[in-house]
Design a protein. Structure first.
Length: 767
C-alpha cells in the first residue's frame, strides 16, 4: 500500500493510515466502523474519485492487508508519533506532515480542516486510541499499588487483644514440622493423622484448657475459643475433631454433669486418653432436639438405664468420632420412668473398649466420605437396650433419686430442656469463629494473588494487577471489611457468653444463634468469591481454597441449620418486643413501632433522604441510625403481621409458617445492627492513629455495603431516594479503591502462619 503511487502523489492520504491500522488491528471490527470510515472518506471533497476508490479498497473486509503490511504501517506511524496526540486523526495529520516534508511539499490547510471537521462529526476525535502507539503508557489504574498506611503489628495487637500470647503459642505448635499437611487419601491414614495431631495438642495442654484447674485444665473458656479459632488456620478436620473431643464431649460432661463426673472423666478427656462423642442428632430429628426418639428407660430392680433406639429414625447420625475412635458418648435421650416421659436428658454411654471392640447392644456404621472434613470419622450409632449404671446420667439439672423418682430443681420440662441446651451454646461461638478464620485465609490467598497476578492493561502500557480492577476490588474488599466487623462482633459475643447473668441467657443464646448463621453464610459466600477471583488457580487443590470451601460447607448446618437459627433469633426478638407492647391491638403496635423507629430517624426529612454529601454518607451516626431503623421497622411489622393473623383465627404455628421469610429478615437486621454497633464501639477505643483510620474506612465500607445490599427495602420505606442509593453505590466503589493499597497489609494483620496458608499463589515471591 505504502508503495502505491497514490501516496507518493498525495501525502494527504496518510491522514487515514492510523484509522485504517486501528480498524484492522481491532479484534472484532464492527460494520458500523466501516460505515463511519466510508463516510469520512466520502466527506473529503479534496480527494479525487480514484483516490477515494483506492482508500475504500483498504477497508474491504474480503481483502485484508497482509501481516507484513500492518507491521510496516505501525512502524511508519511510530516514527512520527507524538505522545501529545491522543486521537487517530491528529496522529494521521502529524504523519502526513512528516511525509510531505520528506517529499519537500506543503499541505493545504483546507484539507486538514475538512478532515478534522468530518472526523469530529463522526466521533473520531473522541476515540482516545492514540495510546496504542505509545510505549510505557501509565494510567491511574496501572499506578495503583500496595502501600501500607499503618503499623501492621499495631493492628495485629488490636485483633488479638489479651489473647496474643495464647494465639502465638497455638501458631507455634501448628507451624511445626509435625503439622505439615497430608493428603486426604487414603481415608484411614488421614483420620489417624488428624487424631495424632489432636494428641499433640492435648500433650501441650490445649485440649483441657477450658476445664477446671482441679480437673487438669486452665479454667479458661475464652482461651478455649481462641484455640479453636487459631487452629482454624490449619486443617479444619483437626478443628472439628478437636471441638468434638474437648468441646462437645468434654464440655457436655463438664456443664451437664456434676462433681463425680468431672473427677471421673475430665482428665482423661483432656489428655485424649478417653476419646468420645456427642450423640444428639438423629436421622429423624436434627434441629428439633426436643423431638428425639432415643429412650433411656429406668430399671428399678438394678438401678440402671436401658438406652434404646426404637426405630431407624432414632439412630444417632453424623456423630463425630463415632466411626473409629470414640469410646464413650454423651447421648441425649428421653428419660422414661414407669412409662412416664420426663423429657430429654443426657447420659454417658460406652461405645467400644480400648481395643476398639463395640460394647454389647451398640452398632456403629461409618458415614464414609463426605463433601469435606474427611479427617473426622463420622458414624451412625444404634442402641439396642444398652445397659448403663445410674451414675452415668449427667445430673446437674435432673436426676433419679434412690427411690427411683425423677427430681429436678427446674419443674418445667420445657424450661429445663432449654436451660440444659443453653449451657451448650459454646458450640455456636466456636463454629462461627472457626468459619471466620477460614474466610480470612481464603481472602488472604485471593488478595495476595490479585495483587501479583497481572492481566490486561491500558493500550501501550503494561499489564496491571487484577486487584487494581474496580470489579475485582468489589469482589474482595467488602468481604475483607466484613471479616473485620465480624471479628469484633464475635469477640463481643464471647465476652457476653462468658460473663452472662441468668436473666441474659435467652438474649445471648439468640445472639449466638444469629451470629453463627450470619458468619457461616458469610464464610461460604466469601470462599466461593475467593475461588472465582483466583480463576483456575483457585480450583487447584494445592492452593487450599477447595479444602476451605468444602470443609466449611457443613458449618451452615453444624450446631443448627442457619435458617432455623435465624427463626430462633426472630422469635427471641419478638418475645422481647411482646413484653413491651403487651396487649396492644394491631394499630397500637404499628404506632408503637413507628414512634420507636422514628427515634433513629431524626434525619428522615426531604433533604436528608436524598442527601449525597460525602461527609453524611461516611458518618457513623447515619449508618447506625439506618441499621437501627431497619431493625425496629422489620421487627414491628413482623409482630403486627403475626398478631393480625392470630387475631383472625389462625393457629400460631401456621401464622409463624406464613411469616417465615419475614422472620429471617428480623434476625438478619438484628445481627447486622449488632455487628456494626460493635465495630464502631471498638474503633472508639483505639489509640493508634494509623489503625484507627484504617479500621474507620473498613467500618464505613461494611456499613455502606450492607446498606447497598438492602437498598430495595430502604427505597420501599422512603428512608432513602434513588439518588442517595446511587451515591452509596459510588461511595462503596470509592472506598474499595482507597482501601486497595492497604489490602495486603490488612490481611497481614491476621498474621496467618505461612506454613498454614500454604497456597503457592499466596507466596510472597509468586505470581
Amino acid at each position: 500500500m505504502l508503495a502505491s503511487p497514490y501516496f507518493k502523489k498525495n501525502p494527504k492520504l496518510y491522514y487515514f493510515l492510523p484509522i485504517f491500522y486501528r480498524y484492522w488491528m481491532d479484534s472484532s471490527p464492527m460494520s458500523e466502523e466501516i460505515s463511519s470510515i466510508k463516510e469520512l472518506i466520502n466527506g473529503q471533497n479534496w480527494l479525487a474519485e480514484e483516490e477515494k476508490a483506492f482508500l475504500m479498497e483498504q477497508i474491504d473486509p474480503l481483502h485484508p492487508p497482509r501481516p507484513k503490511t500492518l507491521h510496516s504501517w505501525n512502524s511508519l506511524i511510530l516514527q512520527s508519533f507524538d505522545p501529545s496526540q491522543k486521537n487517530l486523526p491528529a496522529i494521521g495529520i502529524e504523519l502526513a506532515l512528516k511525509q510531505a516534508k520528506e517529499q519537500h511539499r506543503e499541505l493545504d490547510n483546507e484539507s486538514e480542516l475538512a478532515f478534522v471537521e468530518t472526523s469530529q462529526k463522526l466521533g473520531f476525535l473522541e476515540r482516545n486510541t492514540g495510546f496504542s502507539f505509545q510505549e510505557g503508557h501509565i494510567t491511574l489504574t496501572s499506578e495503583h499499588d500496595s502501600a501500607t498506611s499503618f503499623d501492621v503489628s499495631a493492628l495485629q495487637d488490636i485483633l488479638e487483644g489479651n489473647q496474643a500470647a495464647l494465639i502465638q503459642k497455638v501458631k507455634s505448635v501448628i507451624s511445626a514440622p509435625d503439622f505439615a499437611y497430608v493428603a486426604p487419601d487414603p481415608l484411614i491414614e488421614y483420620r489417624q493423622q488428624v487424631f495424632d495431631w489432636c494428641k499433640i495438642l492435648a500433650d501441650h495442654g490445649l485440649g483441657s484448657w477450658g476445664f477446671p484447674k482441679e480437673n487438669g485444665g486452665k479454667g479458661d473458656m475464652e482461651g478455649y475459643f481462641t484455640i479453636m479459632e487459631t487452629l482454624s488456620y490449619h486443617d479444619l478436620s483437626l478443628v472439628i475433631k478437636f471441638g468434638v473431643q474437648f468441646g462437645l464431649w468434654g464440655m457436655s460432661v463438664y456443664y451437664l454433669g456434676t462433681e463425680k463426673h468431672h473427677r471421673k472423666y475430665l482428665r482423661e478427656i483432656g489428655s485424649l486418653s478417653l476419646p468420645g462423642c456427642f450423640a444428639m442428632t438423629e436421622t429423624g430429628h436434627g434441629s428439633n432436639v426436643k423431638g428425639i426418639r432415643t429412650t433411656a428407660t429406668y430399671n428399678h430392680e438394678d438401678q440402671t438405664f436401658s438406652i434404646h433406639s426404637p426405630d431407624p429414625s432414632s439412630r444417632k447420625e453424623y456423630i463425630g468420632n463415632a466411626a473409629v475412635h470414640g469410646q464413650m458418648a454423651t447421648v441425649f435421650a428421653k428419660l422414661v420412668i414407669d412409662g412416664i416421659d420426663y423429657g430429654v436428658n443426657a447420659f454417658v454411654v460406652p461405645l467400644r473398649d480400648e481395643s476398639g471392640k463395640l460394647e454389647n447392644g451398640v452398632t456403629i456404621e461409618d458415614c464414609g466420605r463426605k463433601m469435606g472434613l474427611n479427617g473426622v470419622d463420622n458414624g451412625v450409632i444404634y442402641f439396642d437396650q444398652v445397659i448403663i449404671p445410674k451414675e452415668n446420667m449427667l445430673d446437674k439439672y435432673a436426676s433419679v433419686n434412690e427411690a427411683g423418682e425423677f427430681e429436678s430443681p427446674i419443674s418445667s420440662d420445657n424450661r429445663r430442656f432449654f436451660v440444659m441446651l443453653g449451657t451448650l451454646v459454646g458450640g455456636r461461638i466456636g463454629i462461627p469463629r472457626s468459619a471466620l478464620t477460614a474466610a480470612k485465609s481464603g481472602l488472604t490467598i485471593a488478595i495476595r494473588y490479585g495483587d501479583k497476578r497481572r492481566q490486561f492493561g491500558p493500550e501501550g502500557g503494561e499489564e496491571v494487577p487484577i486487584l487494581n480492577y474496580r470489579m475485582h476490588q468489589r469482589r474482595l474488599i467488602p468481604p475483607l471489611a466484613t471479616s473485620y466487623a465480624l471479628n469484633f462482633a464475635l469477640k463481643y459475643l464471647t465476652d457476653r457468653f462468658l460473663n452472662k447473668a441468668e436473666e441474659e441467657a435467652q438474649e445471648i443464646e439468640a445472639l449466638a444463634a444469629g451470629l453463627k448463621a450470619y458468619t457461616t453464610w458469610f464464610a461460604t459466600a466469601t470462599l466461593q468469591e475467593a475461588r472465582e477471583a483466583c480463576g483456575g488457580k483457585g480450583y487447584l487443590s494445592e492452593n487450599r481454597i477447595d479444602a476451605l470451601k468444602n470443609d466449611t460447607e457443613i458449618y451452615t448446618t453444624f450446631e443448627g441449620d442457619n435458617t432455623v437459627l435465624m427463626q430462633l433469633v426472630a422469635k427471641s426478638r419478638l418475645t422481647e418486643f411482646r413484653q413491651e407492647f403487651g396487649d396492644m391491638n394491631v394499630f397500637g403496635i404499628f404506632n408503637f413501632v413507628t414512634d420507636k423507629a422514628m427515634t433513629y430517624v431524626s434525619e428522615k426529612n426531604p433533604l436528608i433522604i436524598r442527601s449525597t454529601n460525602s461527609e453524611h454518607l461516611l458518618d457513623f451516626d447515619f449508618h447506625l441510625n439506618a441499621f437501627r431503623y431497619r431493625e425496629q421497622a422489620i421487627l414491628g411489622s413482623a409482630a403486627s403481621r403475626l398478631k393480625r393473623l392470630i387475631n383472625g383465627g389462625m393457629d400460631s404455628f401456621d401464622a409463624f409458617n406464613v411469616c417465615q421469610h419475614h422472620l429471617i429478615n428480623v434476625g438478619q437486621a438484628y445481627i447486622e445492627r449488632v455487628v456494626l454497633e460493635q465495630f464502631q464501639e471498638k474503633i472508639k477505643s483505639i489509640a493508634d492513629k494509623g489503625s484507627k483510620k484504617a479500621l474507620t474506612q473498613m467500618c464505613q465500607l461494611y456499613a455502606l455495603h450492607t446498606l447497598e445490599k438492602n437498598r430495595g427495602w430502604f427505597l420501599e420505606q422512603d428512608y432513602m431516594e434513588g439518588v442517595k442509593t446511587k451515591a452509596i453505590r459510588k461511595m462503596v466503589n470509592q472506598l474499595c479503591w482507597e482501601i486497595r493499597p492497604d489490602a495486603i497489609a490488612l490481611t497481614d494483620a491476621f498474621a496467618i502462619p505461612e506454613s498454614c496458608l500454604s497456597a503457592p499463589i499466596a507466596k510472597r515471591e509468586s505470581l
